[in-house]
Structures are given as structure tokens and as C-alpha cells.
Design a protein around this ligand. Structure first.
Ligand code: DUT
Ligand code: MG
Length: 148
């Protein structure tokens, strides 16, 4: 799929720019940019560098999401999933990995550790009021509609 939304990026990593792996992938895979591998023992977390700096267009955010393969095979997830990259952020994109398995996991330099999905967002004006409109759901939630 072609994209016409150009996003400025500075690549200070030793790896190629992130890319979409298939024609319609939603996320660009991000690689760890490390001087040395990082070992995550069970339940340990680490802020992993990517060496990338991006300038998102106003009205867009980037979400940093786990990769399902790493999650399934090794229990590797992201603590603050989905991480949010703001359009006005100019720092390095980092990934807050956590090892949810019972075995140590080694993050290697160049490994694809997460994926970045760019999305539009709305900013809202909050209007304080005394009453909200009535709905069938009302205040029901947290399984109020049953499980089957
Ligand atoms: O997974 C992430 C999440 C955030 N950031 C960067 C970009 C983002 O724009 C900034 C702030 O993130 P967030 O608003 O989630 O963190 P905060 O704890 O609210 O920090 P701040 O007070 O700086 O907003 O940190 C990352 O590099 N990776
Ligand atoms: Mg914030």
C-alpha cells in the first residue's frame, strides 16, 4: 500500500529505517539499537532505545505496540502499551519492554522489538454539565451484558 503521509525522521541508529513488513501491515517494526544485548529476567523491564527521532504531523500520534510473536513465544510485552508518541515530541523513540515469562530473555541489537502505528486523533473541549443523555446501556459495564 502506498502512503502519502510523509513523516520526517532522524535515524541515529545503525539499522535501516523501520518498514512495513507486508502490503497492508498497520505497524512499522521498530528495531532495538543497542551497544550490547540487554537481558531481561522475569518481570524485569527496560527502556529500549531505537535511535529514531520523528516529527509527526499535527493531529497524529504514534502508538508503540507489542509484537504478537515475541509476546506468544517469549512473554515479551510493553509496560505502557500502547505507548504514545506525541506530535510535539522530538526525543528518541523508546520502547518500554517487560518480560512476563518465567525465563530470562535477551534483547539483541537490531531485533524487531515493537511496532509503531500512526493514527489521527481528535482533541476535545470538555463542556461541564449536570446531566448526560439517557441510553439503554446507562451505567452498565464490566460484563453487564453477560458472557455468552
Ligand atoms: O512508549 C513510549 C511512550 C512515550 N515516549 C515518549 C514520546 C512521548 O511524546 C513522551 C511522553 O510520553 P507520555 O505522555 O506517555 O509520558 P508521561 O509520563 O506523561 O511523560 P510527559 O510528562 O513527558 O508527557 O515520551 C516514548 O518514546 N515511548
Ligand atoms: Mg504525558
Amino acid at each position: 500500500m502506498n502512503s502519502n503521509l510523509q513523516v520526517n525522521v532522524i535515524n541515529k541508529s545503525k539499522h535501516p529505517l523501520p518498514s512495513y513488513q507486508t502490503d497492508h501491515s498497520a505497524g512499522l517494526d521498530l528495531r532495538a539499537n543497542l551497544d550490547a544485548p540487554i537481558t531481561l529476567v522475569p518481570l524485569q523491564r527496560a527502556l529500549v532505545a531505537t535511535g529514531l527521532y520523528i516529527e509527526l504531523p499535527e493531529g497524529h500520534e504514534a502508538q508503540i505496540r507489542p509484537r504478537s510473536g515475541l509476546a506468544y513465544k517469549h512473554g515479551i510485552s510493553i509496560v505502557n502499551s500502547p505507548g504514545t508518541i506525541d506530535a510535539d515530541y522530538r526525543g528518541e523513540v523508546k520502547v518500554l519492554l517487560v518480560n512476563l515469562s518465567d525465563k530470562p530473555f535477551v534483547v539483541e541489537d537490531g531485533e524487531r522489538i515493537a511496532q509503531m502505528v500512526v493514527a489521527r486523533y481528535e482533541r476535545i473541549s470538555l463542556m461541564e454539565t449536570e446531566e448526560l443523555s439517557a441510553t439503554v446501556r446507562g451505567t452498565g459495564g464490566y460484563g453487564s451484558t453477560g458472557t455468552r
